[in-house]
Design a protein around this ligand. Sequence first.
Ligand code: ATP
Ligand code: MG
Length: 261
Amino acid sequence: MLQVLKIGGAVLTEKDRPFRLRRGEAERIAHEIRAALNRHRGMKLVLVHGGGSFGHYVAKAFLDNVGMIDVEGFCTIAGYMDELNRAVVEILNLYGVPAVSVTPRALFFLRSDGSVEAHSNVICKLLERNIVPVLYGDVVASDEGFKILSGDLIAWFLASVFKADRLLFGTAVDGVYDRDPTKFRDARFLSRLSLTMFSNRSASFAGSVRYDVTGGMMSKLSYGVKYIDSVGEVIIFNALRKGYVYKALTGGRIRCTRILP
Ligand SMILES: Nc1ncnc2c1ncn2[C@@H]1O[C@H](COP(=O)(O)OP(=O)(O)OP(=O)(O)O)[C@@H](O)[C@H]1O
Ligand SMILES: [Mg+2]
């Protein structure tokens, strides 16, 4: 059983306050991951975390002020993401998860067409030795200077390369809605979402459901179109809910959105 779990930066950090780790949430999640590993001894697990108020904040500052990620931006963003990752891995280790940091910029290259090149066999070797590799949204070299490689894309890519049984996205909302639930109180929850329908939404949903998936959730879904066929179950759930990371990893019943091809 191989699972890829992406924990959103929206869960691990206070997204609207720069450089704020939510230590309590990180500790609870580390505890739940350890409990899931205890329950299923043979489970192989890849963890990916997002940038939250570390990565997104610094990257935005460079994109707004310089208009691109230059050499200084590359080094600065890398430094802040490493800082967040160090804190996350330390907490995982504290709770007994055999986690080690795997720096994406050392393994990944982003082509200008958006496709990914990676030395993922290194991660395979760690999994074979029951290590939990921890990757994260990062800055990487690309055909055109430096680019941001999102944790979501890393999660989809690795789940597809390793033909993961489950790909789990833990974020700060219960799943996908027809509109941003943090902005629209009447947003309708979707317990299933077909990516084919999603990518053809303008044609197939015209006049029926009004799709307005934007921002973080939009890209999380659109990356999947290319990879979903080689992944087992794909679930988006709320990792701020107590016990949900444990339940998601052990196949328990949770309120979530199932992403289908
Ligand atoms: N249709 C939608 N359904 C659900 N959430 C949506 C939708 N449209 C926009 N969102 C927003 O997307 C957010 C989740 O994406 P976000 O990128 O903030 O989280 P994350 O990916 O977990 O964090 P990070 O990018 O730092 O790893 C939600 O908090 C919500 O406000
Ligand atoms: Mg995101």
